[in-house]
Each structure stands twice: as structure tokens, then as C-alpha cells.
Design a protein around this ligand. Structure first.
Ligand code: ZN
Length: 304
């Protein structure tokens, strides 16, 4: 199962449309190849049951019983943010829709399955410095997790939720319980609850002004005069860059199901890969002759 965007990388000279423009930040295939046709020809030549879908309508009408391989490309570049997505027949599916379709197809395999779902627009929105959009995308990702939990059984399915990095987002001040996360607050100087360490030009809210005494003062735009609840609002950042960057903070790892007890502490990032491999008996951990316990014992005795 492959679902997402990236049409302009797979189909040579893919045209942009007003509702799905070409992504000018990404590469674009111009070598005459059409990888979607290659995929379809491969599945047909091997008599495999596949479905190729391009929009909500085709994904909703998916014949799961007749699909072992599902391929869906819904945008030239990245998929639209949830708040601006067209959820009509010709529009792009939500992360919930794609998660559900993927699990329906993969669940037919008696040997089990591995599925990676990325809420990639959380990262995209943070890079643009738009905290409200990023949090709205986190909420959409949360809906997808709920759907996956509802469709699977924790007796036989390990679900891990984590992130590959943080961003430079900060939560500022002493806000009241239940306060609007996107509002601004007056503590002798008005500021938003959320801000970034780094940001693009529109996150630079500072400007210079000469006072009556002829001295230059650095001032900051008053957020209470702006619509800080707009999905396009870019919170203030301390450091001017081309855009907000990733951060170096720890991320959380949530796990439920078999072997979820392996996630219980501070772990290096690569540990997640090994724990998944071990739980699913993949790779090194899946070799018949690989005896985890006796191997560890031997290393202990010889001291290497
Ligand atoms: Zn990123």
C-alpha cells in the first residue's frame, strides 16, 4: 500500500491545476517516464490484484476484496492541509481516510503487516511558522491513530506513535487553565502563548523606531492587533532564518500492544527500529538460527 502525494516526481511533465499546483520547492520529473504506468504494467503482467486511485471518490469506492496492492497519488506535491482540503469526490483524502484504507487492505494478509503513517503536514506547517495549522494537523494525526486503534486488536497489533524530531516551538507564560492557545496575553508586553526560536521573514515581528529623544528603539508588533487565530498567522521567532527549523528536543514514544513494554525509558532514536524488528521478528531477529537468549549469554561469558 502506497498513499500520498508526489505525482510530479512520478509522472514526467505532470501538469499543475489551480486546485493542485506544481510544487516549486520540489523536484519535477522531465525524463519521459511514468512510474504510475510502470506500476500498473508490473502488477498486470504478474496477474496481481491492484487498485490505483486518484481522489476521494475512487478511494471511497475501493473494492477491498479485490485489492492486494493499493496505490493512490492525490497531489503533485504534498497533500493539502486539513483545514483547506477539498473533501468532495474530486478532492484529496484525509490522513484518517488513508489510514483506514491501508489497514483494510493490509489486514487481509494472514502473515500480518507493517504500516508506516506519517502526519507529514505537522512538519510542513511548523516550517512555515504557522503553529495553529501545525496543531490542527497534529489533531488530524490523532484522529488517524484513533481509527487505527479501533480497527486493530492490541492482542496482536503493536502501534507505536512517535516523531522523528521536534521544532523550535515554545509555550510561553503563565496562561490560565482553558485559555485559548492562539490568543495573545498582556504581561506588561503583549505576546502570543506560542512562539518559535527560528523563523522566516513573516515571523520577524521586530522593527526599529526613533523616539522623541532621537534614540533608536527596537519594538515588536502588538499581536493583540492581529488575527492570531488565523491558520496563516506566523508566530514571532527570535532568530531570522529562511524558515523555522527543526529542534533538538526529545520526542515522546507512545506504544500499545505486543512488546510495547520495550518502550519505557529514554531511548536513542535507532532503538525504535530495533524494537520494531524484534517484535515482528524481522531481519536479524527473524533468522531461525538466531537465538536471542543463548547469544546474549555467550557474549556475557566470553566478555566481548
Ligand atoms: Zn522538517
Amino acid at each position: 500500500v502506497i498513499l500520498g502525494g508526489g505525482m510530479q516526481m512520478m509522472v514526467s511533465d505532470s501538469p499543475g491545476t489551480p486546485s493542485d499546483p506544481l510544487d516549486t520547492w520540489s523536484c519535477r520529473r522531465q525524463d519521459g517516464m511514468n512510474l504510475i504506468n510502470s506500476y500498473i504494467q508490473d502488477k498486470q503482467s504478474r496477474n496481481l490484484k491492484y487498485s490505483y486511485v486518484r481522489n476521494n471518490q475512487e478511494l471511497r469506492n475501493l473494492n477491498v476484496a479485490d485489492t492486494d496492492y493499493l496505490f493512490g497519488i492525490f497531489a503533485n506535491g504534498h497533500l493539502k492541509y486539513e483545514f483547506e482540503r477539498d473533501d468532495g469526490p474530486q478532492g484529496m483524502p484525509s490522513i484518517v481516510d488513508m489510514t483506514e484504507a491501508a489497514i483494510k487492505v493490509l489486514q487481509k494478509n494472514n502473515n500480518g503487516f507493517f504500516l508506516m503513517v506519517e502526519g507529514g503536514n505537522v512538519d510542513m506547517a511548523h516550517h512555515r511558522g504557522r503553529a495553529k495549522t501545525a496543531i490542527n494537523e497534529s489533531s488530524a494525526f490523532d484522529d488517524a491513530i484513533q481509527r487505527a486503534l479501533a480497527m486493530t486488536d492490541e492482542q496482536d497489533t503493536l502501534i507505536i506513535v512517535t516523531a522523528d524530531h521536534t521544532h523550535t516551538l515554545s509555550i510561553n507564560g503563565y496562561q490560565d487553565r482553558g485559555a485559548d492557545l492562539f490568543a495573545s496575553r498582556w504581561d506588561s508586553t503583549n505576546y502570543t502563548t506560542l512562539s518559535y526560536g527560528t523563523g522566516g521573514p513573516d515571523s520577524m515581528h521586530y522593527y526599529a523606531e526613533t523616539n522623541a529623544a532621537g534614540q533608536v528603539e527596537v519594538k515588536r508588533r502588538d499581536p493583540s492587533l492581529e488575527d492570531t487565530n488565523d491558520f496563516y498567522y506566523e508566530q514571532v521567532a527570535g532568530i531570522r532564518s529562511d524558515e523555522n527549523t527543526h529542534g533538538g528536543g526529545d520526542v515522546t514514544v507512545y506504544a500499545k500492544g505486543p512488546y510495547s513494554h520495550l518502550f519505557h525509558n529514554i531511548h536513542e532514536q535507532h532503538y525504535v527500529y530495533h524494537a520494531i524488528s524484534f517484535a515482528a521478528k524481522l531481519g536479524e531477529y527473524g533468522r531461525p538460527r538466531f537465538n536471542w537468549v543463548s547469544n546474549a549469554h555467550r557474549h556475557h561469558k566470553t566478555g566481548d
